[in-house]
Design a protein around this ligand. Structure first.
Ligand SMILES: Cc1cc2nc3c(=O)[nH]c(=O)nc-3n(C[C@H](O)[C@H](O)[C@H](O)COP(=O)(O)OP(=O)(O)OC[C@H]3O[C@@H](n4cnc5c(N)ncnc54)[C@H](O)[C@@H]3O)c2cc1C
Length: 389
């Protein structure tokens, strides 16, 4: 596997072990059928609890039988999952960083006791409801409302593009609390079997097909007071979750790029044209050299990001830069790998085009490439350019 600057030597024994176990699991349990799942538009549901047993959900959190591994180990895990398919990494990212993390960081003891063990083991599945049909890049304009009644809240609104909503037991729903004149955004744990909840599946995707995506409809859904996440208020709640998930994406995207690169390297050394392997042509070597360089730069960025996260110095803007760069890198490099495979490259028999198409989703969700550009731009100039009016 490509590791041009020997980052292996920087890894602890535990980090190598976690990476190797994840790679073995993926190779044995998921990779053989992933193209079929992609074609069918299904997620291999039988592995949800196996991924829990392997400790793939929020392993960087502590307590509640969670492994509390290093941020580098967590990143390496995301990389191995996405080297198989972005749908697999999305499963782990949503469950760990977008559902377990907010419960862990902002939940009550009762919420933690109830949900973290079940979500950690994969016995329960969760989803994260922030995006709405009319509000994607600007979620603070959300229309979903939570109206207080005597002993709880009534939720109304709709969320869309929600990973795993059709197979979820619980949704972390972000809504404006109308009981406060400032209508702050609050997080609510909404069990999906409550009256008034619908979770229709979105079938029309041609990207991230090995992942279930849906809507969350909320029609006068009552939840008790104790379902509110008590320890956070305002957009900093969902944004803190996104920082965690984006961190995993910055690592994960490298996996998709690396898998594309390794496929192209192998293919070009095996494939003969004009009386010998196509890898002997300078143009092919130029592409491999550029891919290896871009992947290596992404690896170095992710490795340093992990150090900053571990020492508590990581800022959301660091994550924006790493997510923005590494996803664009994977999007470009998987396309080049695809082209190096010629006609075979457009089939599901090889991974690069699947990665390439997946990257269209990864480029868009968790803050589009443009939005991360503006986050970095604001950090560099002090001028927020999101809304020029
Ligand atoms: C497969 C998939 C899974 C997803 N999973 C989840 C999930 O689990 N939970 C969840 O809450 N959401 C999820 N999302 C939603 C995702 O986060 C949004 O699609 C994303 O935030 C972009 O929002 P939008 O699609 O409404 O695009 P828009 O916000 O309408 O953006 C359209 C285009 O305009 C650009 N744009 C917008 N504002 C600006 C600006 N100020 N300056 C310059 N350009 C701008 C964008 O970059 C983009 O190119 C998922 C999306 C997909 C595709």
């Amino acid at each position: 596997m490509l590791d041009y600057f020997d980052l292996e030597s920087k890894l602890s024994q535990e980090e190598r072990l976690i990476r190797d176990e994840a790679r073995k699991f993926v190779d044995e349990r998921v990779r053989p059928d992933i193209a079929e799942h992609y074609e069918e538009g299904t997620f291999p549901k039988d592995i949800i609890t196996e991924m829990g047993e392997m400790g793939f959900y929020a392993p960087n959190l502590d307590g509640y039988d969670l492994p509390n591994v290093s941020e580098t180990a967590y990143g390496l895990l995301m990389q191995e999952l996405e080297a198989c398919d972005s749908g697999l990494r999305s499963m782990a990212s949503v469950q760990g960083a977008l559902v377990m993390y907010p419960i862990h960081a902002f939940g009550s003891d009762a919420q933690k006791d109830e949900w973290l063990p079940k979500l950690g083991s994969g016995e329960a599945v969760g989803c994260f409801g922030l995006t709405e049909p009319e509000h994607g890049s600007n979620p603070s304009a959300m229309e979903t409302r939570a109206e207080a009644d005597e002993d709880g809240y009534v939720l109304n609104g709709s969320k869309t593009w929600i990973t795993n909503s059709p197979i979820s037991d619980v949704a972390v729903v972000w809504a404006r609390d109308t009981s406060d004149p400032d209508t702050p955004v609050r997080g609510f744990l909404v069990e999906t079997d409550r009256d008034g909840v619908t979770t229709n599946k979105i079938d029309e995707k041609i990207s991230l097909r090995a992942s279930i995506t849906g809507e969350i409809g909320l029609n006068n859904v009552w939840v008790p007071e104790e379902n509110i996440l008590p320890n956070v208020e305002g957009m900093k709640g969902p944004l803190a979750c996104l920082t965690q998930a984006r961190y995993g994406i910055a690592w994960g995207a490298i996996g998709a790029a690396r898998d594309s690169f390794e496929t192209a390297r192998e293919y070009t050394t095996d494939r003969d044209q004009f009386g010998g392997p196509i890898a002997r042509f300078q143009m092919q070597q130029d592409k491999l050299a550029e891919m290896a360089t871009q992947i290596t730069l992404g690896q170095l960025l992710a490795y340093r990001l992990a150090e900053l996260k571990e020492s508590g110095e990581m800022r959301p803007q660091h994550v924006s830069m790493a997510k923005r760069n590494n996803v664009r890198m994977a999007r470009n490099q998987s396309r080049i790998a695809r082209e190096m495979l010629g006609g075979n490259g457009i089939t599901l028999d090889y991974s690069p085009m699947r990665h390439m198409v997946n990257m269209e989703t990864v480029y868009t969700y968790e803050g589009t490439h443009d939005i991360h550009t503006l986050i970095i731009g604001e950090d560099l100039t002090g001028i927020p350019a999101y809304n020029p009016d």
